[in-house]
Design a protein around this ligand. Structure first.
Ligand code: FE2
Length: 435
């Protein structure tokens, strides 16, 4: 009887993962619908990859880590794809330099789409035929991996279109115009107080998480306060107008070096198309907007250094990741995520709700924290090549929390740790103040 119950539970898990796999794969293709084959070849900054590469690499993940090991008789779609579409797994195979991904005119888009179909058919066979529990676990990891690439695909397209002189919109401005900008009044910035004390952070429960969210462990938090919303474009413009980018006393040493070396004077997609005396414009997935239109929306595409300098200018600081997670643990898992369809940060909507708890932790922009990305006490990476997924990046990067307007809702949770080098600006990354 016990064995039957266990087998039935395993069947349910496999069926749930099979459905999740199907939906994730569909959505990746749907996100490419507004793109031309030529759009899908552009790699406009060192961090970005062409959309066509994202399509192939996400199929490669399932082929390499699930099908080859767990589907008897699986036939490779192409003998060169296992190394061609490897991203960074050194212990799996060699791989091409990242900067060369824009040179992959071959295989063509049609062949890449056939590669996806080949992998999808094999995955369906595997998941419907009493799969090994490890195959199911890796399939779920693969679905989460593909969701990360959905977000990257959109942030990479945004960069590609920003660098295109025609400044095309991924989605037209009039599509969802009302919901994209929302209310025009900025909500007053208020802080929510937390008592701190001995808390636990890290993933709990049976649901999916990455290895870097474990183990759950105790942290000590002094009493602290977090801003009830993100810093807005209008507020950030005040920082710029106050000489924020010309005052070294506001910046970390490496941050000031980055300002000088890169000529930063505003967030990544801010420009003054009418000359220095003109108004700021902000490029989005819905085309170019004026600062006036975006004034109440959260500022985005700032580096950790800019977030840190802004916080110092405002007389505040950035949250530690433990403070953020302890505050977010009881918050509803909702917000302006990919599923809202807005595709850009939006002013907070609706009522403020309970003034003593965090109501808006998720969506709009990833929130830079003051925490370096390190393994939790007792951290153990996954076995084998998949151990390279997260663990090997635990140096020189900062943690971001909360997801963005292009993060799938099914992908985010309180314990989720994103991470990027502190000078990174091409992601939807913003600022929540702490004190
Ligand atoms: Fe990847």
């Amino acid at each position: 009887m016990e064995k039957m119950v266990a087998e039935s539970a395993q069947f349910d898990v496999a069926a749930r993962v099979a459905e999740r796999f199907r939906l994730v794969r569909q959505r990746t293709l749907a996100l490419c619908e507004p793109l031309t084959p030529e759009d899908m070849m552009v790699q406009s900054c060192p961090e970005a990859s062409p959309a066509k590469w994202h399509l192939a690499h996400t199929a490669w993940f399932f082929e390499s880590f699930v099908l080859r090991e767990f589907l008897p008789g699986y036939r490779l779609f192409h003998q060169d794809f296992p190394w061609l579409f490897n991203s960074y797994y050194q212990s799996f195979s060699e791989f091409p330099e990242k900067r060369l991904r824009a040179s992959f005119s071959r295989p063509g888009l049609e062949e890449v789409l056939r590669y996806r179909e080949h992998v999808d058919a094999a995955m369906k066979r595997l998941l419907e035929n009493d799969p090994h529990p490890e195959a199911v676990r890796r399939s779920e990891l693969g679905a989460n991996h593909e969701e990360q690439h959905q977000e990257l695909l959109l942030t990479d397209v945004l960069n590609a279109f920003y660098t295109n002189p025609l400044k095309p919109a991924y989605r037209q401005q009039d599509c969802g115009e009302q919901s994209a900008t929302g209310e025009r009044q900025s909500r007053a910035l208020r802080f929510i107080e937390f008592a701190g004390g001995l808390r636990e952070i890290g993933h709990a429960g049976d649901g999916f998480c990455y290895d870097n969210e474990l183990p759950r462990h105790r942290v000590w938090l002094e009493p602290y306060a977090l801003a009830g919303r993100l810093v807005t474009c209008g507020e950030y413009a005040e920082f710029i107008a106050d000489g924020g980018y010309r005052r070294p006393e506001l910046w970390l040493s490496a941050g000031w070096d980055a300002v000088q070396a890169n000529g930063w004077r505003a967030p990544l997609y801010w420009s003054k198309p009418d000359g220095e005396d003109g108004a700021w414009h902000i490029f989005t997935l819905r085309g170019t907007r004026s600062l006036a239109e975006m004034a109440c929306a959260p500022v985005s595409q700032v580096s950790f250094f800019e977030a840190d300098a802004y916080a110092r200018w405002a007389g505040c600081r950035l949250p530690a990741e433990g403070e953020w997670e302890a505050a977010a643990e009881s918050a509803p898992l909702q917000g302006n995520l990919l599923d809202s369809g807005r595709l850009m940060p939006a002013p907070p909507a609706g009522s403020i709700g309970d003034p003593h708890s965090m109501q808006s932790c998720y969506g709009d922009c990833w929130e830079w924290t003051a925490s370096a990305y390190l393994g939790y006490p007792g951290f153990r990476p996954l076995a084998g090549a998949l151990g390279e997924y997260n663990g090997k990046f635990m140096s020189g990067q900062m943690v971001l929390r909360g997801g963005s307007c292009v993060t799938p809702a099914a992908h985010i949770r309180a314990s989720y740790r994103n991470f990027f080098p502190p000078e990174t600006r091409w992601q939807f990354s913003g600022i929540r103040l702490a004190r």
